[in-house]
Design a protein around this ligand. Sequence first.
Ligand code: KIV
Ligand code: ZN
Length: 516
Amino acid sequence: MDKNQIIIFDTTLRDGEQSPGASMSLEEKVQIAKAFQDLGVDVMEAGFPAASQGDFEAVSEISKILTKTIPCGLARSLKNDLDKCYESLKHSKHFRIHTFIATSDLHMKHKLQKTREEVLDLIKFSVEYAKKFTPDVEWSPEDATRTDSDFLCKTVELAIKSGATTINIPDTVGYATPSDYERIIKDLYNRVPSIDKVVVSTHTHNDLGLAVANALAGVAAGARQVECTINGIGERAGNAALEEVVMAIKTRNDLMPYTTNINTKKISPCSKLLSSTIGFPVQYNKAIVGKNAFAHESGIHQDGMLKNKNTYEIMTPESVGVSKSSLVMGKHSGRHAFKEKLIVLGYPNFDESKIDEAFKKFKDLADKKKHVFDDDIAALVDDELMNDKNVIKLVSLDVFAGTKGQKAVLELDVYGTISKTEQSGDGPVDSIFKGIKELFPHEAHLQLYQVHAVTEGTDAQATVSVRIEEKGKISVGQAADTDTLVASAKAYINALNKLIIKRKRTAPNEEFSTAI
Ligand code: KIV
Ligand code: ZN
């Protein structure tokens, strides 16, 4: 391998999915895995197979479909975890097992209640056992950055001797600073004799907002794999954001002469896909993928941009797949142009009847809305074409709102039977949601309700995100419409349709703990 090549190890589906509220269904994980493979990630940590049946199934399905990206599963130093990892990954010709154990005195004493000697034994056991299944074994000393440095060197040396080919150095609680993290990795290069035989990897959390800086400091010290997530999602404040690491390397290649296999033009679509799947909006001023990352508001900046884009842009929006909202079509545009547009926007080949359906919706939208932008079409297609397994469908909705009270008159098609209700509540949205609950009784609680304008102007479509929870199962629904209340009803129904699919899956293993 080229000595300046950086392996991008994506852990969105494992560490990222561990963020509260970010859980995904099997179908969603598979869709994301395909998109991330297209993005060019080298290794994908698809889950923690022993943690739950859902994780096991997701890792299995993903290991069946990945052809270029190497699938990976996480395992504690337990035989059962390692067996499950193998069972779920074995469908792939080349897979990686990632096994870990905590090595800081704090974690060993209070969490594991194990001595250093016992932990060393488990390192030897877990790596040698994983090695029976695959030559590609990654080992991590959890809480490495708060581990005694002599002991850290000893554990790393033992893991390499036992067969690990990648050594990952987690800053589990986001405590390190860049100089600290660089020193820890340099120390390993100076003190562990066999370190040159393996790839050293960074794994940094963002509790102090330093995850990306720490990852890059690790690379400067010799690490050649970076573990990261799209949009920086992950435990607590998250993990190093893939898009920031990759674009920092690309933009400041004068200082960081490294390469990655990431097709940066796919960054923005992947960010949007993840955000809409888990219902976590991306912060407006987030580097690279935030809505304002390429917006120039002040007159001086706009003037500079018109004269020469380099005045205020260090990378182009196009380089990360952001197309400036372009006016695409109006009500006179034809079906052929619409079909071409779907291809340009990256949608798969829908069959002709689906295109007819979407084209009709587009015409309806163009009648209501003067300017139809790319984002409007994407919202419409996501809403109308990507959800064809729905058991609940909105038939009609009339809402009465204003100072004299609010009520919703709602018709739903549930499993093919149409029924109607009229409900009043604390506001129009509450009335609609009560009506849906009346026609499709359920126990789910509303956790989040959010409205965003897809584009600008008072005739913009509204995208509504709804997150609901039922017995620990989280489901996120989204819908777009020029009528915010119709979008609200559709988003709630979308979340329920996804919940119905999730209900059919086995509940997570509640006994699971990360204690070893
Ligand atoms: O942050 C961490 O320590 C981890 C390990 C399991 C690699 O995610
Ligand atoms: Zn982590």
